[in-house]
Write a protein that binds this ligand. Structure first.
Ligand SMILES: NC(=O)c1ccc[n+]([C@@H]2O[C@H](COP(=O)([O-])OP(=O)(O)OC[C@H]3O[C@@H](n4cnc5c(N)ncnc54)[C@H](O)[C@@H]3O)[C@@H](O)[C@H]2O)c1
Length: 248
């Protein structure tokens, strides 16, 4: 018996990085079943197989979370398979950094769609069932980038929106025993930051107390807390996970 036993979960952007780490942790914490939702089905299937070799608790689903019709189709498939969704982790996200003048409108719109609108689409699919059963945990991946960094107008606007959306979810649905919280890491050791040029990364990490990014498992532990009943009275929060770098 783990702290997530008896629960059915969905994690978006679960093929790799933080999402895959969250799936791993959910399985360790005893979740009954978890859906790995990703644009990249092949990678999601490989991750599901690696984390759950028995093939009985982790299942991959292809979906472009930026497309509301595709989200509706995908969640209908998940609910048909699992019967219900108790936990939703809205994690899929991308960056397309440029200063405002140089940023193509398409990059502004794409990041807003994947990093913000997608969360609204996914929440709409699970909220009716959660309200009916008077139970739900929603964890939304934001970023310290919500504070606004050079070259990240699209990302900052989206991730600030994620914090605001989480607060609205908390206010609208707390009475149905549904919590929604945002997680704000600054740097996590995934492809998103290992793609940064090593010298620049070293310079950036020097600003962190322990001069390193968070390990994926350190983030997954926070998500698992917010997805479990241990956080029953934590609602509408933005959980800052930066090793003290961003003490405000
Ligand atoms: N890594 C960091 O340092 C860091 C810091 C702060 C916040 N975050 C946030 O954490 C989340 C995960 O980041 P990561 O580093 O694991 O990223 P990643 O690039 O390693 O993984 C992202 C996953 O999302 C999937 N994805 C992308 N677009 C999608 C779409 N339209 N539909 C479905 N799936 C899609 C990708 O296929 C991939 O599997 C993101 O929201 C990111 O903004 C990351």
């Amino acid at each position: 018996m783990g702290k997530l036993s008896g629960k059915f979960a969905v994690v978006t952007g679960a093929a790799q990085g933080i999402g895959a780490g969250v799936v791993k942790r959910f399985l360790e914490d005893g979740v009954d079943a978890v859906a790995l939702v990703d644009l990249n089905l092949e990678a999601a299937e490989a991750t599901a197989k690696e984390l759950d070799p028995t093939g009985t608790r982790a299942f991959a689903f292809k979906c472009n979370v930026a497309n509301p019709q595709d989200v509706e189709r995908c969640f209908a498939e998940i609910i048909a398979k699992f019967g219900r969704v108790d936990i939703l982790v809205n994690n899929a996200g991308i960056i397309r950094d440029r200063t405002i003048i140089k940023m193509p409108v398409e990059d502004w719109e794409l990041v807003l769609k994947i990093d913000l609108s997608a969360l609204f689409y996914c929440c709409k699919q699970v909220l009716p069932g959660m309200i009916e059963r008077q139970y739900g945990k929603i964890v939304n991946m934001s970023s310290m980038g919500f504070m606004g960094s050079h070259g990240q107008s699209n990302y900052a606007a989206a991730k600030h929106g994620v914090v605001a959306l989480s607060r609205v979810l908390a206010k609208e649905y707390a009475k149905y025993n549904i919590t929604a919280n945002a997680v704000c890491p600054a740097a996590v050791a995934t492809d998103m930051i290992t793609a940064v040029e090593p010298e620049l990364l070293k310079k950036k990490m020097a600003a962190f107390p322990r001069c390193r990014p968070a390990e994926v498992a350190e983030l997954a532990a926070v998500v698992s807390f917010l997805a479990s009943d241990d956080s029953s009275f934590v609602n509408g929060e933005r959980m800052i996970v930066t090793d003290g770098r961003m003490c405000l």
